[in-house]
Design a protein around this ligand. Structure first.
Ligand code: AMP
Length: 131
């Protein structure tokens, strides 16, 4: 079971932003920008491009809804989308609110935000997602 499956199952805590029957979205614990969110399929698949065409399309459409919620909660120029998957072997999409190109730089020092602020960010995105 991957760490993300444990998060989806509620065995490990997460800052939940959105959920539907087949997908889950939560804040990245080491954000490159405020509102950095991970979108994952509930089905455990390592490599994003090993998802079926239907699963990949559905995940992308779910990510589109989450990106709209992020943009509502945290006005930004655009929400960037990235796929790495080098650390966690459970397919996921990074969604990152962008003010500048540097906000997408995964090599820079990550933000360290207090738990209360992480919870508030997740709650704001979740509220926007549910509207
Ligand atoms: P990558 O697999 O290279 O796309 O990176 C995995 C991402 O998952 C990193 O940005 C981590 O900060 C993030 N991550 C790892 N464990 C957790 C967790 N328990 N909760 C939230 N994010 C996590």
């Amino acid at each position: 079971m991957t760490i993300f499956s444990k998060i989806i199952a509620g065995e490990i805590p997460s800052y939940k932003c959105a959920e539907d029957e087949k997908h889950y979205a939560f804040l990245d614990i080491n954000p490159v920008a405020k509102g950095h969110t991970l979108v994952v399929p509930k089905r455990e698949v390592d490599y994003l491009f090993d998802l079926t065409d239907e699963e990949l399309a559905a995940l992308t459409v779910f990510a589109k809804r989450v990106a709209a919620a992020i943009k509502t909660a945290y006005p930004c120029r655009k929400v960037g989308m990235a796929v790495l998957g080098l650390e966690v072997n459970h397919a996921h999409i990074h969604l990152i609110p962008l003010q500048s190109e540097g906000d997408m730089d995964f090599r820079k020092d990550k933000l360290q935000l207090p738990a209360e602020e992480m919870q508030a960010i997740a709650d704001n995105i979740h509220k926007a997602f549910c509207q």
